[in-house]
Ligand binder design. Structure first.
Ligand SMILES: *[C@@H]1O[C@H](CO)[C@@H](O)[C@H](O)[C@H]1NC(C)=O
Ligand SMILES: [Ca+2]
Ligand SMILES: [Ca+2]
Length: 308
């Protein structure tokens, strides 16, 4: 049961709020500007009332001192949002602009859980350090290829064997179904599931034929998938929707998939191969159709409207 609680926490909080990377879709400057102006997390929120946000955020070097001398009220950077890895600075004309953050200005990690492993197999102290580093490499091939790989420090990941790769979707779709049922059971007042999702899960929850959570053999998992196929359709769609948020465009990027690794520790070493093979057209995105096929759903059961 304890394991389940950990999974739940992962799902409800940590994993969903896991650092995600906003991938630049185009190099056009117009897009850049639009993205940077979006006020997602107003900088104010993180700052105590009365504190000088400029000092809190930057706190060094000449430019910072210039800014500090200005009236904070008039600081155009205050409500100017920069994407991860960048911070706002003023140019000579007092116009705010986003520049790469110096990784050394990132707040230090409060624990190992904040470490992240990049696809370069380097451990980054926090996601802030990662994005600042990636920003500095912007425009280079190396920077383009650098993504967050998984949460936690880099470690040795054993190779995924063929037979394990086959088990992966079987275990995962069973796990997804159990996660949803558990969320449903515990979530009468919280908002872990929305109303539409609750209606769907209710049907699974109340079905007496449902295979209860447990350490089942692969044969039993396979048999249950045959017998109770319909119960798996929604969980597979649900997970796709949970991951497809940065942006929610019907495709999963490598980075959008990274939160999934954390809760799937027992099969973790197969995630990379699994997702590589899911991307059947090899365009580096896992589309909903590809995702569903990976989990054994039939083509006619893939339904965008189930992502609710
Ligand atoms: C990645 O780094 C970890 C820890 O530093 C190491 O054990 C592992 O072998 C590395 N993996 C690869 C593929 O180099
Ligand atoms: Ca997406
Ligand atoms: Ca694809």
């Amino acid at each position: 049961m304890r394991v389940w609680i950990v999974f739940l926490l992962c799902l409800a909080g940590h994993a969903m709020a896991a650092p995600t990377e906003e991938e630049p879709m185009t190099e056009e400057p117009v897009y850049e500007v639009e993205e940077e102006v979006v006020v997602e997390d107003p900088v104010m929120e993180e700052t105590e009332v009365g504190a000088n946000p400029v000092q809190v955020d930057v706190g060094d070097f000449d430019e910072a001192i210039d800014i500090v001398e200005e009236d904070v009220e008039d600081n155009p950077c205050l409500n100017y949002h920069c994407k991860k890895g960048k911070v706002c600075e003023l140019d000579e004309g007092n116009t705010p602009m986003c520049v790469c953050q110096d990784p050394s200005t990132c707040p230090p990690a409060e624990g190992e859980f904040e470490h992240n492993c990049g696809t370069d197999n380097k451990t980054y102290e926090t996601s802030c350090h990662f994005f600042a580093t990636k920003c500095a490499l912007e425009g280079t091939k190396k920077g383009h290829k650098l993504h967050l790989d998984y949460i936690g420090p880099c470690k040795y990941i054993e190779p995924c064997m063929d037979n394990e790769l086959k088990e992966f979707p079987m275990r995962m779709r069973d796990w997804l179904k159990n996660v949803l049922v558990t969320l449903y059971e515990r979530d009468q007042d919280n908002d872990l599931l929305n109303e539409k999702q609750k209606l769907r899960v209710k049907k699974i929850y109340e079905n007496e034929k449902r295979l209860q959570a447990g350490d089942h053999s692969l044969d039993l998992l396979a048999l249950d998938f045959q017998k109770n196929y319909n119960m798996y359709i929604f969980p597979v769609h649900w997970q796709f929707g949970q991951l497809d948020q940065h942006p929610a465009d019907g495709y999963l990027t490598h980075t959008e998939l990274s939160p999934l690794r954390a809760p799937l520790i027992p099969m973790e070493h197969c995630t990379t191969r699994f997702f590589e093979e899911c991307d059947t057209d090899a365009d580096k995105y896992v589309a909903l159709e590809e995702w569903a096929a990976c989990f054994g759903l039939k083509e006619q059961d893939v339904d965008k409207d189930l992502i609710i």
